[in-house]
Write a protein that binds this ligand. Structure first.
Ligand code: ZN
Length: 314
């Protein structure tokens, strides 16, 4: 989750975007998403014309394209297994190190004292870690992040990458956000992705990728990684759209699926390219239906993997 909890700021003002994407917005979105926007603007194969004009689509219906995953723009085939990777590319990430940071920890709930301890994130002090959110039915974000992380690891290893986790449900709490960053740094990771799902209000839907802002305070100095992290994030956002059919967030990011923040220790303290992804909103029932679907989580992992692979190939 992104907007509740110590590692995150209080809820940001909600823009209540009634029109998540407009033709005008197409001019503002990064190239990685432009294809999706254009696809939405003209309608796509099998689309039935329902999304023929994104500019007039109410925000609460726009994300329904993700509920019918057959409606998607051309791109990497988002099958539910990992066999869709082009065989000739297998192994191309040999020598590359990817650190996956599954957000939170399933047992953080039992260790509130430990995770509430303050750690320095350069710009200020924040709690070590947070419990994360859950769906209204109790499927926890921590379980979600680990599941997607496992799927993502399998896909990346198939490409020959060396994959490391910050935690694998193998410790009773945490790690703290500063340690999560340090793990990526010490691994000299070529890319780090922190996996989350948000805890926003009902009706707020879609994914967003969080990019590090430029900060230089205390131990935080993101100047060297701002550009590379943005490149990584843009690739992931674009491939996530293609793989899942999900729309970019309708409540942050102005329809781009990208948000830049300077209050996250996991980003502030990173010395290697790193982004967070909020895969959807666990508190929205439509998003939750996807997040709780193993088939959808495989598509999400595929989308993240495709973005990482694209980034690492340059
Ligand atoms: Zn989270």
């Amino acid at each position: 989750m992104s907007y509740v909890g110590p590692d995150f700021d209080p809820p940001q003002p909600r823009r209540n975007r009634r029109r998540a994407l407009t033709v005008a917005a197409a001019a503002l979105v990064p190239g990685a998403l432009l294809g999706w926007v254009m696809y939405e603007a003209v309608g796509g194969p099998g689309d039935g014309g329902a999304s023929g004009n994104a500019a007039v689509r109410p925000s609460d219906t726009a994300p329904t394209i993700s509920a019918t995953n057959d409606d998607k723009p051309p791109g990497p085939t988002p099958t539910t297994d990992s066999t869709s990777a082009a065989p000739h590319t297998s192994g191309s990430l040999k020598g590359k190190v990817v650190v996956i940071d599954p957000g939170h920890n399933p047992d953080n709930f039992q260790h509130t004292a430990e995770i509430n301890r303050k750690v320095n994130i350069g710009t200020n002090w924040k709690e070590c870690d947070t419990t994360g959110t859950s769906t209204n039915d109790g499927y926890t974000e921590a379980k979600f992040t680990l599941d997607v992380a496992h799927r993502l690891r399998a896909l990346l290893q198939k490409q020959g990458a060396t994959v490391k986790f910050t935690q694998d449900g193998d410790r009773s709490w945490g790690p703290c956000v500063d340690e999560r960053a340090e793990i990526g740094n010490k691994a000299h990771a070529d890319a780090v992705v922190s996996i989350h799902a948000d805890g926003a209000g009902a009706g707020q839907r879609g994914f967003h990728v969080i990019l590090p802002a430029k900060v230089n305070a205390g131990a935080a100095n993101t100047g060297p990684i701002v550009a590379s992290s943005r490149a990584l994030g843009e690739r992931i956002a674009g491939s996530f759209v293609r793989a899942t059919g999900s729309a970019p967030s309708n409540y942050v990011g102005d329809g781009t699926g990208l948000v830049t923040r300077k209050d996250l220790g996991g980003l502030n303290l990173s010395t290697v390219p790193k982004v967070f992804i909020e895969c959807g909103n666990m508190r929205d029932t439509k998003d939750a239906a996807q997040l709780t679907s193993s088939a959808w989580r495989q598509k999400a992992a595929r989308g993240i993997s495709d973005g990482i692979v694209s980034f690492l190939r340059g």
